[in-house]
Structure formats: structure tokens, C-alpha cells
Design a protein around this ligand. Structure first.
Ligand code: ADP
Ligand code: MG
Length: 867
């Protein structure tokens, strides 16, 4: 560039300090972007790229009008970008040279207070990660919209760090600029977060109070990084931040991202939607706050039994009183998002309409308190203390604000009359002025004789007298001064009107200013109640969630789980909470789970589509439901408290992730095997599938043995390798179970019933028939199967003596081939080796429908087998 203007120089200086953000540079009524920012923004926002300057020096540029800038910025934030908002900080009229400009605020995905990024029923977390010399990590997080703050330490394990970040669904991650790049890369592989840097970890003394509960210097440092980033980017009061709570991940049931995804806790595997997830079942909340809390609970089930029982106790109290509960939920529907309102009050961004929403919500407190009091015994009811503060705040808001104030806080119309004497005087003056004008209109009409004459007002010209062109000649000379000409009319002003106008406008301007000042006063007064509002918000969200648990438990006939001290599982008639709602009513087949000494591990076999995966997930979901304090779908359920749950799905089944490589499967399995304890639950679904048969089978066996002998976690292992079922003879705590299917009159019926003993065969070919593969294919497969079975040394353990249950459900029916298998078995008993195979082939063949060529080939094949 040959020469730069002083303004460009200013731009470049500011941009240099905000490399990682779009710099929105205020120029008059626009925000302009230049250079690379402009090119990228033009693309992302689909706006026109223009330029500034001439020829070679032309600088790429694009801009958005300042009044609609919010919407553009919010679109960039949604895409994970950051924006630095640069304003003119002095009056251009008074500036010598270039107007002074400064970045007044950074907008980032993790620090947004409103806009599309903020989802009503989701938290918006900003997380700071600090890596210490001793290889431990500190994590601090906040949701700026609610003020919630928390911090924890994790020793050594980066995977745990990643799972923590992922489970808070963080939008933005703040790290030191010298953080090890490999760490950053690993995090970015697993979580889609915007990365920001902050090197200052000295705690700002103004916020000392927030950290009183943090015991260690490391925790303080971790939080300080977060805080400093907020201070630097927000450049405003952060006094709605709540005390930082220390959380230890050992206080919650741990589930890594794979597990959560596979169990479809908060979103479905395929569509990534809430529908089809466990959340969609147990979330019966009616407030946004409750919606966020229940999601958080699902992300972090409890492991402290008394805390869990505390929740269950309330659910059972709510369950017993249908009418009060429904009334309670009806009342809750009128409660606004207090948590976020509190955030906006503190931030100074709340408007009068929202303060009235606050008031309406607070007015519900007495009735909520009364209803909860009716249901919950006093010893368990720790909500709604300090009720008098509610009344104080209601009183303040009620005295000061009208019932339906406008959204704008600068145009008046917010403050109730009687609240402030001076305001009332102005209002009278303005009202009188308007009255005077109405009278003037009458007077002018009479004096001029023009009946269509009218007095109007607009923002540019103020008050005017309007006369149509046809009547203009009727106006007397002198008094009327022409002000504006329209096509059909002329607008005038008179000295009298001018004088009154000045008075009215002055009163109105003063009124608006005064209203704004009074509003700020009220808002600041409301700030005194912040902590109280936050506590209230928390109580209400808890009540909302628990009342929701009671509601779903009643609707779906759940029962209260009991926790086993002996680490035994005994579930009678358990159901999968989601699947039972999507299949036809009454068609779900309930299943028992019994796991204890002698059967700590269940090896599950059974045909494809029989319900193996469903059965496994059902157990994990019941555990999660129990540990968040919800009732569970079963007729009785005794279950230990699990410290961790792991779910691994064989690669072939895990297509949804787009990472269906065998390596990933093994890495994830390694994680489960090294992290699990005997208090954990492991679900391994068809592990070993992603490689060749013997390879996979060998691995599967080795994994089973390792868990059995070393890890000792409660484990469900489903497999299509029937050879593995013989393991129960060597492994004391392994039990074979299978999902039954029966053949009846040449059809296969899936019973979805899990019973002891291994399945007979894999029924894959029947499923292929079900899928209507060409019969040539299925017949050939049938033949091949016989061939393989004939050649392999039978490893099958003797068939189980379990009686087959009665057929209760005919879900899928498949026509088998004509031959009766028992006949074949007799043949099989008398022959062996290749002859066996040949005979079988011959018996099986539909000779009458063969072409001569096929017949020749067939005979040829048989001959080859015998040679
Ligand atoms: P597998 O893992 O054995 O191949 P899945 O668990 O995926 O089988 O189940 C296949 C389908 O069978 C499910 O989508 C569901 O519709 C149905 N199903 C599974 N378990 C049950 C059950 N207990 N009762 C009724 N239907 C079931
Ligand atoms: Mg399966």
C-alpha cells in the first residue's frame, strides 16, 4: 500500500489487537469491515463486498447498518466466530483529526447474553482450561446468562478433561496462549468449541468474594483465567456472577461422550434431536429453567445415595397428590425465566417489560409455596425461605411500573403515575398541551371557515396546521408561515402553535429522560435482590423437574428404584423407556435382569433384530434414571449405584459417527477397560465386528476374560460369535443369556424375551429373507451355512433345557425353506465330513426348477466335494 489514511492507520492498530475476531468498525451509521474480515464476512453473511480507495490501493470492504448490526453479529457468533465491536468514543463534531475509536465489547459464542445462540432450555457455557506443571488440569465454567460458576481439578487424564468439556456442551474454551498444541488438537477433535486465549491468571480483587469456597490455589487460578477473559471481553459489571461452586467429577456418575451418545441421553443418535432421547421422556418441565436443569441432571447423574433418595422422596410426595401437583405445574407455567432475568438485571440489559415479567413470576411464589407445602413434608422442604423479600420486590415493581410497558426503555410509557411527583407534573403539562392543541384546531376551523383543516405532528417538522390546496386561499395573510408542501396540501405553523410546541416537546423530552432515570433507579434497586432471585430460580427449577418426574412416572407406570448395597441387580419386567413409547401400545416385551455373584457378566446371543441392543441399553438407562432421582420403567428394580457407565458398539454398528474404523472401536474399548471399576457398568455390543472373524472373536474373548478376571465390572456383552458361549464353562461369573426366537410351522418368531442359556443359531439368513433379498441369494447362503457348519468342529455346548416361553408376541414372521430341520439332523447324525455335506446339498436342492446347465454344474460341484 502506498499511503494509508489516518483512519486506516487507526483501523489497523485496533485490528492488530483483535486478530481472532471480526472487527466491526463504526463509521457514521455503519459498521464497516475491511480486508480479510470483509471478504470472509461478505461470504458468511451473504452481503455485498465493495471496496474503498482506487486502483491497486483498493481495500476490500463491506458494511452493515448499525441499527441492524445485532442480527449480523449474532449470525457470525452462531457460526462460532467472534466479533470485536469498535465504536466512536467521542463526538465527531468535537474531534480533532480522526474520531477516537475503541473496542467497547467482544461478542463471543461463550459470552452471549441473547440472540439465536442462546437456547431457552440449554445452558450456554464458557469454559476455561488451565494446564499445570504437574500435569493436572483445572477447569472453570460459567453461563453468563444465568451467572452460574463452577470449577474442578482433574489429575493427569486429558480424556477426562475432554469428557468434562463435552458434557457441559461448552461453546467456547479459554486457554493459555502457550498451551500444548497437541492438547488443543485432541480437544478440538472431540468438541466443537471456539478457542480463545487468556494468559492473565491473577484474580481481580473485586471478585475475591466469588472464590471463598475454592480451597486450592489451582482452582483459583483456573477461575481467574475465566474471569479475566470475561473482564477483558465484556468491559462491564459482572456482578451477577454467583459464587464459584467446586465440583468433583467423582461426585457424579461418569459417562464419556460415546456412552452418552449411544444411550441417546439428550439427543437421538441419528438426527441429533431431542425427540427419541431419554431427555424427551423425562423432561416434563414447564419452565425454561427446569428444562435446563433436567438436562444438566442427565449429563451428571448422582452417586450419593442420600442425595438421590432425597430427590426420589420428593417425587414420591408429588406422585401421591395428583391435584396439587397439576395445580403446581399450572402455576409454574406462568413463571418466566428468572435465572436469565437475573442475568439481565445485573447486566443492565433488562427492560421494563421484563421487570414486569419478573413481578408476575414473583407473585406466584406464595401459591407455589403453599402447594409444595401441602405435598412435601417440612423436613424435606427447603424451598421458598425469606418470603418477605418477595413481597418487598413485588411492591417495588408494582408501584413503579405500568402493567404493559414497551420494550424500549428510552421512549417513556414505563413508569406508573403516582410513583414520582415531578414526572406526574410533566405528564399533566403534556396532557394539557395536547388538550390545548385540540382546542386550537376547533378555533382555527371556525376562524378560517375551513372544515377540513387539521393539526398534525411529525418527528421532523413538529406540529403543523394542514390545509388542502383547494382551501389555501381562505387563509388570512400574515399569521400563517409555510412549513412543508405536499401534493394536495400545505402545512403551516403559527407563532402561537410554535410556542406551545416548544413547551410540549420540552415536557416530553424531560419526561422521557426522567422516565429512563427512574427506570434505572428501579433496575438498580432490583439488583439488590439478585442473589435472592437466583436462589428462587434454583428452587423453582428443582421443583419443576421433580414434579415432571412424578408426572412421567405416573403416566408411564414407573416404580421407585431401590439401591442394592450388595451390588446386585434384580430387575423384574424392565422396559426401555424410549422404545416402549415408539412401538405399538402394549407390544413392548418387558424383560428381567439378574446380575450377582455367579452372573456378574451376561453374554447375550440371539438373532439379529431380536432386541439385544435394546436390552443392554435398557439396563443403562434404568441406572441413569434411578441416579437422577426419577422412577424407572419396571415392576420392581433393585440396582447398585454405578460410578461409571461405558457403552461400546462394534464398529459395524456405529455408522452414525462417520468414524466407523476398527481403531476407534479399540481405542474406546481401551478407555472403558482402563477406567472401569467393579462399581461400573459396561455394555459391549458386538465388539470385534470390525475385523475378520477369528481375529474379532479372539479379541472379544480376550476382552471378556479381562473384564471377568481383572476389572470385575457388571458387564453385558452381546455377540454374534456363538463360539463364545462356551466361555461360561470356564468363567465362573459369566452367564449366557439369549433373546429367544422360536420356529413354529416354518416361521421364526422373535420373542424379544431374554432368558438364560445361549441361542441356537444366528438366524441371519432369515433376516435376509425378511428383507426380501432375491431367493437365489438366500438359498445359496443357506447352502453355504450348512457347508460351513458341516466342516467346522462343533463347538456348541449342549442346547439349553430352558423351556421356551409361550409365544406372546408375533412381531415378524418368516417363511422357512420346506425341509424339516429335525429330519436333517437325523441324517447328520449318521454321516460325517464331505459326504454329509454332499447329501445335505442334494436334499436341499430344488431339482425340478433347475435348468440343464445348472444341473450339470451342481453335479460337478458335488463331485468336486467328494474327490
Ligand atoms: P439386536 O441388537 O438384537 O439386533 P435391537 O435391540 O436393535 O436388536 O432391536 C431390534 C428391534 O426390535 C428394535 O428396534 C425394537 O423395535 C424391537 N425390540 C427390541 N426389544 C424389544 C422388546 N423388548 N419388545 C418389543 N420390541 C422390541
Ligand atoms: Mg444390536
Amino acid at each position: 500500500m502506498t499511503q494509508i489514511t489516518p483512519m486506516m492507520k487507526q483501523y489497523l492498530e485496533i485490528k492488530a489487537q483483535h486478530q481472532d475476531a471480526f472487527l466491526f468498525f463504526r463509521l457514521g451509521d455503519f459498521y464497516e469491515l475491511f480486508f480479510e474480515d470483509a471478504k470472509l464476512a461478505a461470504q458468511e453473511l451473504e452481503i455485498t463486498l465493495t471496496g474503498r480507495g482506487q486502483g491497486e490501493d483498493r481495500i476490500p470492504m463491506c458494511g452493515v447498518p448499525h441499527h441492524s448490526a445485532d442480527q449480523y453479529m449474532s449470525r457470525l457468533i452462531e457460526k462460532g466466530y467472534k466479533v470485536a465491536l469498535c465504536e466512536q468514543v467521542e463526538d465527531p463534531k468535537e474531534a480533532k483529526g480522526v474520531v477516537k475509536r475503541e473496542v467497547v465489547k467482544m461478542l463471543t459464542p461463550g459470552t452471549m447474553m441473547n440472540g439465536n445462540v442462546i437456547k431457552e432450555k440449554e445452558n450456554n457455557y464458557l469454559v476455561a482450561l488451565t494446564s499445570f506443571k504437574d500435569q493436572s488440569f483445572g477447569l472453570a465454567r460459567t453461563d453468563l446468562t444465568t451467572g452460574e460458576c463452577a470449577a474442578t481439578l482433574i489429575s493427569k487424564d486429558l480424556e477426562d478433561v475432554i469428557h468434562d468439556i463435552a458434557s457441559s456442551n461448552a461453546k467456547e474454551l479459554v486457554v493459555a496462549s502457550n498451551l500444548d498444541e497437541t492438547i488443543l488438537k485432541k480437544i478440538q477433535e472431540k468438541c466443537s468449541v471456539t478457542i480463545s486465549f487468556e494468559d492473565q491468571v491473577e484474580l481481580d480483587p473485586r471478585y475475591e468474594d466469588l472464590c471463598v469456597d475454592l480451597q486450592s490455589e489451582k482452582l483459583r487460578e483456573s477461575f481467574a483465567r475465566l474471569l479475566q477473559y470475561l473482564i477483558r471481553t465484556q468491559k462491564r459489571s459482572l456482578n451477577h456472577l454467583q459464587k464459584v461452586t467446586y465440583y468433583h467429577s467423582d461426585l457424579f456418575m461418569k459417562m464419556d461422550t460415546h456412552t452418552k451418545r449411544n444411550l441417546e441421553l439428550t439427543e437421538s443418535l441419528r438426527e441429533k434431536k431431542k425427540a427419541g432421547s431419554l431427555l424427551s421422556i423425562v423432561d416434563k418441565t414447564v419452565t425454561a429453567m427446569g428444562g435446563r436443569l433436567v438436562k444438566n441432571w442427565l449429563e451428571r447423574p448422582l452417586i450419593d445415595q442420600s442425595a438421590i433418595d432425597g430427590r426420589l422422596e420428593i417425587v414420591s410426595a408429588f406422585l401421591e397428590s395428583y391435584f396439587e401437583r397439576e395445580e403446581l405445574r399450572d402455576e409454574l407455567r406462568h413463571v418466566y425465566d428468572l435465572e436469565r432475568l437475573a442475568g439481565r438485571i445485573a447486566y443492565g440489559s433488562v427492560n421494563a417489560r421484563e421487570l414486569v415479567q419478573l413481578k408476575r413470576s414473583l407473585e406466584k411464589v406464595p401459591v407455589l409455596k403453599q402447594l409444595v407445602g401441602k405435598m412435601v413434608p417440612t423436613s424435606k422442604n427447603h424451598w421458598f425461605t425469606e418470603e418477605e423479600r418477595v413481597f418487598e420486590l413485588i411492591d417495588l415493581l408494582d408501584r413503579s411500573l405500568v402493567e404493559e410497558p414497551p420494550i424500549s426503555v428510552t421512549e417513556g410509557g414505563m413508569i406508573r403515575s403516582g410513583f414520582h411527583e415531578e414526572l406526574d407534573t410533566y405528564r399533566d403539562a403534556s396532557k394539557n398541551g395536547k388538550q390545548w392543541i385540540a382546542e386550537l384546531e376547533q378555533k382555527e376551523r371556525q376562524e378560517t371557515g375551513i372544515r377540513s383543516l387539521k393539526i398534525g405532528f411529525n418527528k421532523v417538522f413538529g406540529y403543523y396546521i394542514e390545509v388542502t390546496k383547494a382551501n389555501m386561499h381562505l387563509l388570512p395573510e400574515g399569521r400563517y408561515e409555510r412549513k412543508q408542501t405536499l401534493t394536495n396540501a400545505e402545512r403551516y405553523i403559527t407563532p402561537e402553535l410554535k410556542e406551545k410546541e416548544a413547551l410540549i416537546l420540552e415536557a416530553e423530552e424531560k419526561m422521557e429522560q426522567l422516565e429512563y432515570d427512574l427506570f434505572v433507579l428501579v433496575r438498580d434497586e432490583a439488583k439488590q435482590y439478585l442473589e435472592y432471585i437466583q436462589t428462587l430460580a434454583h428452587s423453582i427449577s428443582e421443583i419443576d423437574v421433580l414434579a415432571g418426574f412424578a408426572t412421567v412416572s405416573e403416566q408411564r407406570h414407573y416404580i421407585r428404584p431401590v439401591f442394592s448395597k450388595k451390588r446386585e441387580i434384580s430387575i423384574i419386567d424392565g422396559r426401555h423407556p424410549v422404545v416402549e413409547t415408539v412401538i405399538e401400545k402394549g407390544q413392548y416385551v418387558a424383560n428381567d435382569v439378574h446380575m450377582k455373584k455367579g452372573r456378574e457378566m451376561l453374554l447375550i446371543t440371539g438373532p439379529n433384530m431380536a432386541g439385544k441392543s435394546t436390552y443392554m441399553r435398557q439396563l443403562a438407562l434404568l441406572a441413569v434414571m434411578a441416579q437422577i432421582g426419577c422412577y424407572v420403567p419396571a415392576t420392581s428394580c433393585e440396582i447398585p449405584i454405578f460410578d461409571q457407565v461405558f457403552t461400546r458398539i462394534g464398529a459395524a454398528d456405529d455408522l452414525a459417527s462417520g468414524q466407523s474404523t476398527f481403531m476407534v472401536e479399540m481405542l474406546e474399548t481401551r478407555y472403558a477397560l482402563t477406567k472401569a471399576t467393579q462399581n461400573s457398568l459396561i455394555l459391549l455390543d458386538e465388539i470385534g465386528r470390525g475385523t475378520s472373524t477369528y481375529d474379532g472373536m479372539a479379541l472379544a474373548q480376550a476382552i471378556i476374560e479381562y473384564i471377568h478376571d481383572t476389572v470385575r465390572a457388571k458387564t453385558l456383552f452381546s455377540t454374534h460369535y456363538h463360539e463364545l458361549t462356551q466361555l461360561d464353562q470356564e468363567l465362573e461369573d459369566l452367564q449366557n443369556v439369549h433373546v429367544s426366537a422360536v420356529e413354529e410351522n416354518g416361521t421364526v418368531v422373535f420373542l424379544h424375551k431374554v432368558i438364560d442359556g445361549q441361542a441356537d443359531r444366528s438366524y441371519g439368513i432369515y433376516v435376509a429373507e425378511l428383507a426380501e433379498l432375491p431367493s437365489q441369494v438366500t438359498e445359496r447362503a443357506e447352502a453355504l451355512l450348512k457347508q460351513y457348519e458341516g466342516s467346522a468342529v462343533s463347538t456348541k455346548a449342549p442346547s439349553t433345557n430352558q423351556p421356551e416361553p409361550k409365544v406372546t408376541l408375533i412381531d415378524q414372521q418368516l417363511t422357512l425353506f420346506e425341509e424339516d430341520t429335525t429330519k436333517e439332523n437325523k441324517v447328520k447324525a449318521n454321516l460325517s465330513g464331505q459326504e454329509d455335506k454332499v447329501i445335505k446339498k442334494l436334499v436341499k436342492k430344488d431339482v425340478l426348477h433347475m435348468t440343464p446347465i445348472e444341473a450339470i454344474q451342481f453335479v460337478n460341484e458335488l463331485q468336486r466335494l467328494l474327490k
